[in-house]
Design a protein around this ligand. Structure first.
Ligand code: GLU
Length: 290
């Protein structure tokens, strides 16, 4: 049996906080305890919000925590051409279409539809895509693409579901509502998700499944805020013929007021705690991994 492969995959768009420390330490500990491998992946496809100083701080903070990882580190921003290939494949199979509405136009469309009653929202609370770009004539689509209009490339979720049939996964941890064991995927709950944009030829969902497969990740251990995203990941794995890793979602570390931690770290930032004299063992204790 090859060893299990774990990974921690932060986005360098802010400094790490206790929630990241918990996830990184948990993955590292599980890898060590099982004789597995531990990878670090930098998810920096958002080239505006991701910054070199945050990436440098990630390496520094993780090393301070006593975590070691394999080299080279995969940085997603170096692989856009690779993701583009998958996008082209899905498009060629008639599973993706460009939509041209701006964010403001989408908000207006949702407001108009909500005049007739509630418009469905995805598991993160964002309204499903309300537009009709899927049924645009191919001539009109071609014209807009050729005129250089910005667009978001969306997955045709109805066609995708028809292609894969029912999907699911075995949850080794739990979701925020206690879901565990055999989970039926609900990709439809996300509507026609964005796979890429004109200026960013990938998305979180697409690059995460491609990289997990490419890096041979067998164990995805991450926060339960991403629990229902797994539905989309299972869908993309099905469409692209990628293997299914084991999934284990973990609790989130809350601040003292019980709120989810954010990137503006304040009192829960590893840098702040460290500057205040905390030791790695204190961080382990604070996140419940002593
Ligand atoms: N890059 C994602 C984040 O920082 C995590 C991706 C994952 O673990 O699947 O939230």
């Amino acid at each position: 049996m090859p060893p299990p492969v774990f990974r921690f995959a932060p986005s360098p768009n802010g400094y790490l906080h206790l929630g990241h420390a918990y996830s990184a330490l948990l993955n590292f500990d599980l890898a060590q305890a099982s004789g597995g491998r531990f990878l670090l992946r930098i998810e920096d496809i958002d080239t505006i919000r991701c910054k070199p100083e945050f990436e440098a701080a990630i390496y520094d903070d993780l090393a301070w925590l006593g975590i070691t990882w394999e080299q080279p580190v995969r940085r997603q921003s170096e692989h856009f051409a690779f993701y583009r290939e998958a996008i082209e494949r899905l498009s060629a199979e008639g599973l993706a279409y460009p939509s041209f509405e701006s964010r403001a136009e989408i908000a207006r469309l949702v407001a108009r539809r909500e005049a007739d009653g509630p418009w469905p929202r995805d598991p993160d609370g964002a309204p499903l895509y309300p537009g009709e770009a899927k049924s645009m004539s191919s001539a009109a689509r071609k014209r807009l693409l050729e005129s250089g209009e910005p667009y978001a490339l969306r997955l045709d979720m109805t066609a995708a579901c028809a292609r894969t049939g029912e999907l699911g996964w075995i949850e080794g941890g739990r979701g925020a509502d206690g879901e565990t064991g055999e989970i039926a995927a609900r990709p439809q709950a996300w509507g026609d998700v964005i796979l890429a944009r004109k200026e960013t030829p990938t998305s979180y969902h697409l690059s995460v499944v491609i990289d997990d497969a490419l890096q041979g990740v067998t164990e995805v251990v991450r926060g339960w805020d991403l629990f229902w995203s797994t539905s989309v990941h299972r869908m993309l794995q099905g469409l692209l013929g990628l293997p299914q890793p084991a999934y284990r979602h973990h609790r989130l570390v809350r601040d003292t007021a019980g709120a989810k931690l954010s990137k503006s770290t304040g009192a829960t930032g590893l840098r702040e705690l460290r500057a205040g004299g905390a030791l790695p063992a204190d961080i382990r204790r604070l996140v419940g991994l002593a």
